[in-house]
Write a protein that binds this ligand. Structure first.
Ligand SMILES: [Zn+2]
Length: 154
């Protein structure tokens, strides 16, 4: 299971019990790298996550749509389909773990952005400019500046 905090893939299960309605197993896990604890729910096929779009309409969550968005943002960048799928899967897992039934498209955008930022900065800016809807050019430039400063520090 991928750690939602540091993306490390090794963890240990510290507690395991059926979820309230027995339709899933709730597992408490601890990341072997950063020590963060998180909960996973397994076998929850009947969980239908709804996405609330900006215009207020609702749509069934589809992981493939996230992968497509990421691939668009990553056009001509050294990002593979496998990497995009990995991000989409980790976003989906995080949403399922949160046990929410509804999530806004904005919230999903934020989750994708956090991950893209670590992966590819150009793809991140492309994605952010579309999905974050920067209030104005200044806030967009601020974001760019922060990124460039971080890069120089490395
Ligand atoms: Zn971790």
């Amino acid at each position: 299971m991928r750690c939602p905090y540091c993306s490390h893939t090794e963890d240990k299960v510290i507690d395991s019990r059926p979820a309230e309605d027995n339709s899933a197993v709730r597992r408490r896990r601890e990341c072997l790298k950063c020590g963060s604890r998180f909960t996973t729910y397994e076998k929850i096929e009947d969980t239908q996550l709804m996405v609330i779009k900006k215009d207020g309409s609702r749509q069934l969550f589809e992981r493939a749509k996230i992968t497509n968005c990421i691939m668009k943002a990553c056009a001509k960048r050294p990002v593979s389909l496998a990497q995009a799928e990995e991000i989409a899967a980790s976003v989906e897992q995080q949403l399922l773990n949160s046990m929410k039934r509804e999530v806004s498209s904005k919230e999903i955008g934020e989750l994708i952005m956090t991950r893209l930022k670590d992966l590819d900065e150009v793809a991140y800016v492309r994605f952010a400019s579309v999905y974050k809807q920067f209030k104005d050019v200044d806030s967009f430039m601020d974001e760019l500046k922060t990124m460039i400063e971080k890069k120089e520090k490395r």
